[in-house]
Design a protein around this ligand. Structure first.
Ligand code: PBG
Length: 323
């Protein structure tokens, strides 16, 4: 009781504050997302994501080397696909010589220890910009799971360590797990986007990959931002189906969900701090309205404090450089 107890005692110096700090950020907390394009010598800045780039495979190597040297041990690969390769079947997604498959090999050849995760979803490959196969305006569930399974197997074959289905079809974790097992990829993991919300924060990402939905929205498969218990249900199902890591996405607006899930499951929980979250900080900092580094550190700390074991973030490199 006051005045015997004074909470400010443990705040009197940085030394004591660091001794009692509950949440520490380290390079191995991060998964760095990477955007990859065809070509040579390409390093194009994404207009709505200042300081973030799409790389061709040759320049991707420098970036991967940089990340590894900084202590970042995992990357999450996304590819931007030319319009003429997009269709309604995911043909290019399962092409053994596709950009994703070549990117996986490029990273593994360069830094074999780097833990390579890959995006498994049809939207970058879809002529409709949807995460599933479209039939008269509807997104087919089971037919999509079949293609996602083929896609996951082709990533595993190319050398991916873990596949990350970001589509939100029902049952896709079970489909993919069984497919990987049948092909002998028993150590290829699955990080499931388990509680992925139909969020407006994905806008800049869709610019980065030119993957915005051609009609409608994603509300028939991604979750309603108003729902909380449903996130637990989704996540528990993914764990039962064989997910090694589960994910909540986006980050900041959903930290209550992160804590709920952390309390509920016994697998690692990851959080995706998404493109819109990144863009907001960059924009406000450009205007001189926020202290970029301080806000960035506060945000990743909050995500970890809420219960994230891992954070997929466009800030990964910036954060680690500051540590
Ligand atoms: C799509 C996918 C999206 C993101 C990752 N995978 C966008 C979407 O669902 O439309 C968003 C990531 C971000 O905004 O940073 N499968």
């Amino acid at each position: 009781m006051f005045p015997l107890i004074r909470n400010r005692r443990l705040r009197t110096s940085e030394a004591v504050r660091s001794l009692v700090r509950e949440t520490l950020i380290s390079p191995s907390d991060f998964i760095a997302p990477l955007f990859i394009v065809e070509g040579n010598g390409v390093r194009e800045e994404i207009a709505s994501m200042p300081g973030y780039y799409r790389y061709s495979l040759d320049l991707l190597k420098h970036e991967v080397r940089d990340l590894w040297d900084l202590g970042i041990k995992s990357v999450l690969l996304f590819v931007k696909v030319a319009d003429d390769l997009k269709d309604n079947k995911g043909t290019e997604a399962i092409n053994p010589d596709g950009l994703m498959q070549r990117a996986i090999k490029t990273v593994k050849d360069l830094v074999p220890e780097m833990y390579v995760m890959t995006d498994v979803a049809l939207d970058p490959f879809s002529s409709y910009g949807h995460d599933g196969i479209v039939e008269v305006g509807r997104i087919l569930n089971d037919a999509t799971c079949e293609v996602l399974t083929q896609m996951a197997i082709s990533h595993a074959r190319a050398g991916a360590d873990m596949v990350a289905p970001s589509d939100m079809m029902d049952g896709r974790i079970l489909y993919i797990r069984e497919g990987l097992e049948e092909e002998g990829f028993i150590n290829t993991g699955i990080m499931s986007y388990s509680a992925k919300y139909a969020s407006a924060f994905y806008g800049p990402f869709r610019d980065a990959l030119d993957s915005a939905p051609g009609f409608g929205d994603k509300k028939t498969y991604q979750m309603d931002p108003a729902n909380r218990s449903e996130a637990i249900k989704e996540t528990m199902m993914d764990v039962e189906e064989g997910a090694d890591i589960v994910m909540v996405k986006p980050g900041l607006c959903y930290l209550d969900i992160v804590r709920d899930i952390k309390n509920e499951v016994n697998v690692p929980v990851s959080v995706y701090q998404v493109s819109g979250e990144y863009a907001m900080v960059k924009a406000a900092a450009e205007k001189g309205w926020l202290d970029h580094d301080a806000v960035m550190m506060e945000q990743v700390t909050a995500i970890k404090r809420a219960g994230a074991d891992l954070i997929a973030s466009y800030f990964a490199k910036d954060v680690v450089k500051l540590l």
